[in-house]
Design a protein around this ligand. Structure first.
Ligand code: ZN
Length: 447
């Protein structure tokens, strides 16, 4: 399945500036960064840095070397070691600025690959270095109280990599090596992709390491443009980001049909199948509708994930089910009713024996498991279309985007239902017949 994806949003974003040096041939990374515009988190914070990166010095804004803890006998948080400056045996309140220098080296996998790869790896394969935000290749502030990593940052970063043909930091235009400066006033999660690859910059999309002919790039770009045009019309909202499509070779082996995708918006990264192999140049489209809907799903996160940043109990419904629903609508627009009927019959077969917690009873976001998020949630939205009409669900999607900053729980869903013009009595009936059903197959008659 190509639907591993993770999206998170921006708040008052920290600013990261400084320099990163990469020695490509031996996997060495050296960072010297200043973090500024840090939020007032008091003592409720940690500084996260990849477990393979060693802090050289931690300094305050006047250049004074700080003591810090987290170096000895502490727990990792995900892929990262968690540090915190101390003074007089107590955590130092988070200052507005901090400087951190660090060094680390990472294995290069060429002939024999690793037993695993994932978004948290700093992955070198001899041709490219890939480090997503999850790897914490840059220092990330962790807000302990709200259990939140402040991954989105504005940045001004110089990258030096003498063996790199191309260097890219998420949200910026790719640049030629061996040295380049990247600046963004828009907060981004920092995906770094550097090495010996070519960048192809088109109107609607940028391709990295894709090795597409100009004709292939055009077909891909046209399909992406079709999706953005559909979304703009369907949601009556502009598509605010140009997507970057990144092809990379994972450091884990993927079989001929094995694929892995992840998103650090606006970058969509794919390993396994190549972009080139997904295209049917005769027809000017993707060989498989699932390729098309994969990209449509990921692009849908511009709206549900970026414009609306879901949280609370129905976080996964408003993040993944909505993005998946948009991709189904984009598929229907492109491939017609046959596509929709096929999609529904496949999804029905998958949910046949599933039992779920009805949406109003969800108390923990993780009560919505993967299948619920990606398959059953979208079926609920399709059942709503059937009951209330496509126009009402279109309104539902539009209205959902117009209330950013709210807690996306069931009450929120009810507010949107009302805003979409669905009558209370009609909704109550739908709740009883569909929403509150625990056995997924009970949705069959309503699709
Ligand atoms: Zn997704």
């Amino acid at each position: 399945m190509l639907n591993v994806c993770r999206v998170s949003g921006q708040q008052q974003a920290p600013h990261v500036s400084g320099k990163l040096e990469i020695s490509f041939s031996d996997g060495l990374i050296k960072g010297d960064f200043q973090l500024s515009k840090l939020p007032g988190l008091g003592k409720q914070y940690k500084i996260l840095l990849n477990r393979g990166l060693n802090i050289g010095l931690l300094k305050n804004d006047s250049g004074k070397v700080l003591q810090y803890s987290g170096f000895y006998n502490d727990k990792l948080i995900g892929e990262a070691a968690a540090y915190y400056p101390v003074a007089d045996n107590d955590t130092l309140s988070l200052p507005q600025k901090l400087s951190i220098s660090y060094t680390g080296a990472f294995p290069i996998y060429t002939d024999t690959l690793n037993s695993f790869d994932f978004k948290g790896m700093i992955a070198l394969n001899g041709k490219t270095l890939r480090a997503a935000e999850q790897s914490k290749w840059y220092p990330v502030i962790y807000d302990v109280k709200n259990d939140k990593e402040l991954l989105d940052v504005t940045y001004d970063i110089d990258v030096e990599c003498k063996d790199c043909q191309t260097i890219y930091i998420n949200g910026s235009r790719p640049q030629s090596g061996p040295a380049a400066r990247f600046v963004s006033a828009v907060p981004r999660q920092l995906l770094l992709f550097a090495g010996n690859y070519k960048a192809q910059v088109l109107d609607n999309s940028t391709f990295l390491n894709a090795d597409l002919s100009p004709a292939e790039a055009k077909v891909f770009n046209d399909n992406i443009a079709f999706i953005t045009n559909f979304y703009k019309a369907y949601l009556s909202a502009p598509y605010g980001d140009k997507v970057t499509l990144l092809q990379h070779k994972a450091v884990e082996t993927y079989g001929p049909s094995g694929n892995w995708g992840f998103v650090t918006f606006p970058t969509i990264a794919v390993a396994g199948e190549t972009f080139k192999s997904q295209l049917d140049m005769q027809k000017g489209t993707f060989k498989d509708t699932s390729n098309y809907t994969f990209y449509a799903h990921e692009m849908g996160h511009y709206y549900f994930g970026h414009l609306l940043q879901p949280n609370s109990t129905l976080k996964w419904f408003f993040l993944e089910s909505m993005a998946e629903f948009l991709s189904i609508k984009a598929g229907q627009k492109k491939y017609g009713e046959v596509f929709l009927r096929n999609y529904i019959s496949k999804a029905k077969a998958q949910v046949k024996d599933w039992k779920i917690k009805p949406l109003p009873t969800i108390v923990n976001p993780d009560n919505l498991g993967e299948g619920y998020r990606y398959i059953y949630g979208p079926l609920i939205l399709l059942a709503m279309e059937k009951r209330f009409g496509p126009g009402a669900v279109e309104q539902f999607c539009r209205k959902a985007l117009q209330k950013p900053g709210m807690e996306t729980n069931y009450n929120y869903l009810l507010t949107i239902v009302k805003d979409a013009g669905i009558k209370d009595a009609d909704w109550k009936k739908f709740e009883a017949e569909v929403i509150n059903q625990r056995e997924c197959k009970n949705i069959y008659p309503y699709l």
